[in-house]
Design a protein around this ligand. Structure first.
Ligand code: 5GP
Ligand code: ZN
Length: 114
C-alpha cells in the first residue's frame, strides 16, 4: 500500500520512534501525542479498519492486544493505568485507514471520552 502512511512507517520509508517490532506487529510513538505516553500498535498487514479483520486475521487482532499489554507492563504504565482505544469510521475520528490500537497513559484520562 504505497499511499498508506503506516505501511510507509512499517517499511521504514517514513521515520518513526519504534518501540517494539516483530513479524506481525509494529509499535511506534504517535507523532501528535494526546498523552505523555501515546503509542500506536499496528499490524504489519494492511487492514484498513477493525471491521475488515477476517477470521484468518484474528490471531493478529489478538496479538495487538497482547503486545499492547506487554509494552504497557514493560514501561510500567500499569502502575497508574493506561487506556487502549480503537477508532473506526467518520464519527470516531479515524484519520489513518490502516487499523491501529492507541495506547494512552501518563495523565488522568477523561471518561466518557469526547
Ligand atoms: P486515528 O485518528 O486514525 O485513530 O489515529 C491516527 C493517529 O496516527 C493519530 O493519533 C495521529 O497523530 C497519528 N499519525 C498520523 N500520521 C503519523 C505519522 O506519520 N507518524 C506517526 N508516528 N503517527 C502518525
Ligand atoms: Zn497500510
Amino acid at each position: 500500500m504505497d499511499d498508506c502512511i503506516f505501511c510507509q512507517v512499517i517499511a521504514k520509508k517514513l521515520p518513526s520512534k519504534m518501540e517494539y517490532e516483530d513479524d506481525d506487529i509494529a509499535v511506534f510513538w504517535d507523532i501528535n501525542p494526546q498523552a505523555p505516553t501515546h503509542l500506536l500498535v499496528v499490524p504489519k498487514k494492511h487492514i484498513a479498519k477493525i471491521s475488515d479483520f477476517k477470521e484468518e486475521d484474528m490471531h493478529i487482532l489478538n496479538k495487538m492486544v497482547v503486545i499492547a499489554k506487554n509494552v504497557a507492563v514493560r514501561l510500567n504504565l500499569n502502575e497508574k493505568g493506561f487506556r487502549l482505544v480503537i477508532n473506526e469510521g467518520r464519527d470516531s475520528g479515524q484519520s489513518i485507514f490502516h487499523a491501529h490500537l492507541h495506547l494512552l497513559s501518563g495523565r488522568r484520562l477523561m471518561w466518557p471520552p469526547g
